[in-house]
Structure formats: structure tokens, C-alpha cells
Write a protein that binds this ligand. Structure first.
Ligand SMILES: [Zn+2]
Length: 43
């Protein structure tokens, strides 16, 4: 998942060849890691 640095929209799918925000056309995108569930010991 990516996030646009300009409009902060999250972008699920990206074209590998033409990387660009589909919302505003900005080409600077941040790579975003999917949320990872943390395992917390409960004992
Ligand atoms: Zn954008």
C-alpha cells in the first residue's frame, strides 16, 4: 500500500511502470506497510 505525500490518500494498487497518485497526479508516494497485529502476552 502507498500513500500520497500531497493529498494523503492511500493507494492500494499501483502501476509498476507509471507510479502516480490517481487522485491528484502527484508522483511522490510513500510506501506504507500494512498494519501488523501485535501479539501481546496476556499472562
Ligand atoms: Zn495524491
Amino acid at each position: 500500500m502507498y500513500r500520497c505525500s500531497k493529498c494523503k490518500q492511500s493507494i492500494k494498487e499501483l502501476d509498476d511502470i507509471f507510479v502516480r497518485c490517481p487522485y491528484c497526479g502527484n508522483r511522490v508516494l510513500f510506501k506504507e506497510r500494512p498494519p501488523v497485529a501485535k501479539e501481546v502476552p496476556t499472562s
